[in-house]
Design a protein around this ligand. Structure first.
Ligand code: SF4
Length: 112
């Protein structure tokens, strides 16, 4: 789930981000530790890449993925950071490339 702090109470409920927030069940809810694109304390680069591949796999099977991508595009550019709709933004090109190179494909992620 995106790390940027939002105020759901002041969001336009009909905006993409407002509609995303209204989803009762999102697979990334409560999984901030998995979806955090930043390196965790004591985490190796390889462990970070492995963790983010798991998150991308979750996104690839998420029923709200299209809405999540719309919400991302509706954000100001400086807020477009984090893991959104299976995209790794702001982690550095090397990390993003390594994550996406071996993230589970949609079919495998959906069956996981
Ligand atoms: S696509 Fe990923 S980040 Fe977006 S709502 Fe679904 S699980 Fe969360």
């Amino acid at each position: 789930m995106p790390r940027t702090e939002y105020r759901p109470d002041v969001l336009d409920p009909d905006s993409p981000i407002g509609r995303l927030h209204r989803q009762r069940t999102l697979p990334c809810r409560g999984q901030a530790d998995t979806f955090d694109i930043d390196e965790q304390p004591g985490e190796s680069t390889e462990d970070r890449i492995t963790r983010l591949r798991i998150a991308v796999g979750i996104c690839r099977s998420c029923p709200a993925r299209t809405l999540c991508a719309e919400a991302l595009l509706a954000l100001p550019p400086h807020h477009q950071r984090g893991l959104w709709a299976g995209q790794v933004l702001g982690a550095g090109r090397h990390i993003a490339r390594a994550v996406l190179a071996e993230a589970p494909p949609v079919e495998m992620a959906a069956g996981a």
